[in-house]
Design a protein around this ligand. Structure first.
Ligand code: F6P
Length: 362
């Protein structure tokens, strides 16, 4: 009797555009390449693997989902103890339960689609003896070892569009607008959307700002006939004073502040110092919603078929990636080792400075 290849698909962590396109790529390519195949879809990320909650996926399940946002399998976030464990609310390890499901289903491989945290937790599953192949997905673009991730370009499109629309109302009212964008502790999304939409000031976590420089940039625009200003602000942006705070101190500082996010705080500082109306727009999860843009559909399909190749060749413990336009794979160990922050020497930062965009640092 011929061996059956058994694969489980998992979408984990925050969703993003392109997850269904990636699963479609994996499913279709695997069905084309492997004769005896069973694909299981785990519900709600690791929860499905922990509880043995899954569906058997047939070829028809991979049809008609290319353009669909979100994930048809659902997703969830699990508690991750850095480099050590995935635990429940009482601190008990969930890895044995996952391994149990893996063994019961007689799986050959887990295909895990996730962001930075998921790559790290997938490495723990690999260390526990499970075969794992991962795909990099996130709007934050902060996964080490890949030039980009699917979801990122779609979020850039949305964020750019939000700032485009803000321009006309900012100009009509001669107001300052702060558009706060996602990205956690990385500034990729804000930098790209800021340049793409013609923002005047871009604040990213990797370049701490001084409020006086922001005020100077706005005032300079006013004195040169620009009555409005637009700031693209990363949710993780920090002032030079706050950059020295530990994670815990930053959290406490935000809790104690009367401003719910950094943008509201900066808006209040601008109004107080310049007497100009400042408004905040936070598109939030809107940036992760809706259909993937064509670039992400293509990228997710490329990643999906590359993941299928890894499975066919039994090359486990790897993350598919794109480097210099080529689809490659790298050891999961490497992908999980660091976070890909925006280097301050990145050419796009210089491009922005060349056209007069301020980062609030000078
Ligand atoms: O990592 C993706 C992301 O959208 C970040 O940009 C953001 O900080 C976070 O997830 C939001 O998390 P949640 O969906 O759990 O609110």
């Amino acid at each position: 009797m011929k061996n059956i290849t058994r694969v489980a698909l998992i979408t984990s962590g925050g969703d993003c555009q392109g997850l269904n396109a990636a699963m479609r790529g994996i499913g279709k390519a695997l069905h084309n390449k492997i004769e005896n195949l069973e694909i299981f879809g785990m519900y709600d990320g690791y929860r499905g693997l922990i509880e043995g909650d899954y569906k058997f996926m047939e070829p028809k399940d991979f049809a008609g989902i290319l353009t669909q946002g979100g994930t048809i399998l659902g997703t969830s976030r699990q508690r991750y103890v850095p480099g050590k464990d995935i635990v429940d609310e009482n601190g008990n390890s969930l890895i044995p339960a996952m391994k149990d499901t893996y063994n019961k289903l007689n799986l050959d491989c887990l295909v895990i689609m996730g962001g930075n945290g998921t790559q790290k937790s997938a490495k723990l599953l690999m260390d526990a003896g499970m075969n794992v192949v991962t795909l990099p997905k996130t709007i934050d673009n902060d996964i080490w070892g890949t030039d980009t991730t699917f979801g990122f370009q779609s979020a850039v499109d949305i964020a750019t569009n939000v700032i485009d629309y803000i321009h006309s109302t900012a100009s009509s009212h001669s107001r300052v607008f702060l558009v706060e964008l996602m990205g956690r502790d990385a500034g990729w999304l804000t930098l790209h959307a800021g340049i793409g939409s013609g923002a005047d000031i871009i604040l990213i976590p990797e370049i701490p700002y001084d409020i006086d420089n922001i005020l100077k940039a706005i005032d300079h625009r006013r004195r040169h006939g620009r009555s409005f200003s637009i700031l693209a602000v990363a949710e993780g942006a920090k002032s030079v004073h706050d950059q020295i705070l530990t994670e815990e101190e930053s959290r406490r500082r935000r809790e104690e502040s009367k401003h719910s996010t950094i943008s509201y705080e900066i808006a209040a500082q601008i109004e107080a110092a310049l007497g100009q109306e400042a408004r905040v727009t936070v598109p939030g999860h809107y940036q992760r919603g809706g259909p993937p843009c064509p670039y992400d559909r293509v990228l997710a399909t490329q990643f999906g078929t590359a993941a299928a190749d890894l499975i066919v060749n039994k090359q486990y413990g790897r993350m598919v990636a794109i480097q210099n336009g080529h689809i490659v794979s790298i050891p999961l160990e490497e992908a999980a080792s660091k976070t890909k922050f925006l280097p301050t020497y990145h050419p796009l930062i210089q491009v922005a400075r060349d056209i007069g965009i301020s980062f609030g640092d000078k």
